[in-house]
Design a protein around this ligand. Sequence first.
Ligand SMILES: Cc1ncc(COP(=O)(O)O)c(C=O)c1O
Length: 511
Amino acid sequence: MSIELATSEHPAIHDSACPIELCQGGAKSALSHWPDTAEITAKAHRLINEPAYSVKPEKMVEYRAYFDTKCQGSRASTAEAAKYIPGGVQHNLAFNHPFPLDITKANGAYLWDVDGNRYIDFLQAGGPTVLGSNYAPVREKVIEVLNECGPVTGLFHEYEYKLARLISEHMPNIEMFRMLGSGTEACMAAIRAARNFTGKKKIIKVGGGYHGWSDQLVFGTRIPGTGAHEAAGIPDSALANTQEFFPNDIDGPNGLIALFEANKTTGGTAAVMVEPIGTESGTRPVERGFNQRVRELCDAYGALLIFDEVVTAFRLGMGGAQGYFNVKPDLTVFGKCVAGGFPAAGGVGGRRDIMSTFSAGIGGGTERTLVGGTLSANPLSAAGGYFAISEMARTHAPCKAARAADRLTEKLNDAIQSLDLPFFAYNHGSIVHLETHGVLLLDITDPGFLMKVFQRKHVAQEIGAGYTAEGIITLAGSRLYTSMADTDDVVDDAAERFYRVLSNMAPASFG
Ligand SMILES: Cc1ncc(COP(=O)(O)O)c(C=O)c1O
């Protein structure tokens, strides 16, 4: 099948109005609104201070029976996997209670497991597939490239510049783009370039933010204030120049300004790295003016501003979060969508003067910021990204996915209210948060913190199993990525399935 994809010669539509109703900011941004951060924070506070809710025991028996009777193929193959693969899965997203599913087919809004069960897919591979899973028009174009030259040659391929140029057209702050193998690598590259360019030492991040698993960034991950808690195997020295401040805390005694000030005499601040919608894809959302203030402070203190747009670039709209907030970062980190759901997905882009320090070998002198990767920017990843991003622009996929998310969120909140549950749902475009267990919302200063983590992780597993047994795949039971494939029918069907789980919940007992 031949399809017409947008190309650079047939330019993108980032400045024109989006025909999909409710999109703010033309096609640059797919959001219909920015939910009130103070209200979400208050609801989060209430959720974690009320007793944890879980699926009623009698319903849990039914859900377990689903896995016992309907998922025997998954059980067998993942039991075999556990003999050879640590933990039985290669990726944390694939954990599933009571055992992982063996997925054999993906198409649009749906996944199928080895036993033939169908699921509505709100994981969407962890974010990249805004067009829907296994989107045929892009897949076919990529297969053409594979048929011609295979996935890798080690030499230059035209889709490398086509992708970089396309990104720059949609996100004009990306004057140059260096493609890498993953978001983790791209975050490493960004902070290295920041230090090289500024000659300063410290990297400040927002507590709770995940910026991949490199030595220097496994600090204050998932839950603010946890510092080196997850840094097993990482020497203290690797973390000595990484700092965190609590979400939205700019002016407090331990806030961003205090860190900037303290750093003046200890090597200076090279960069502040933020997820521009808030940590963990907006689980702790930013206040509306946050990014602009951080921009101004970075300018005042001579630090670079790095946006980690691994999730948000293209999912939030073709202009990414920076297009929505109209704030210009110095560097932007990409992952996921940048290879259109194909491996390997990562890259860093931004100001020409900073990006030029990456000029690997050619023209790079002593100032070179060393990055590499045998398989970086291979024809498969570059073509996958190019065709997917072109197609996302042509079809207004981020806007369609966001409208599906708006509809889903409204239905989830209706269910929560009608059932009088202490839960809440909200969405930033096509990223939906359905907060029922609140594990990532817990407060480290709460004396009951550790007990609550333990209990609520258990509850999260049971709720996640309930969703799965009802035919829905989520990210860790609390995050739902929608895609262009989520039609009203898919969303309405999903809402009914969620309702069946939510209507069978009660305060949990941990006896
Ligand atoms: C905001 C953010 N940054 C960085 C990463 C790391 O990307 P990757 O998994 O490609 O290494 C992730 C992964 O989920 C992420 O969500």
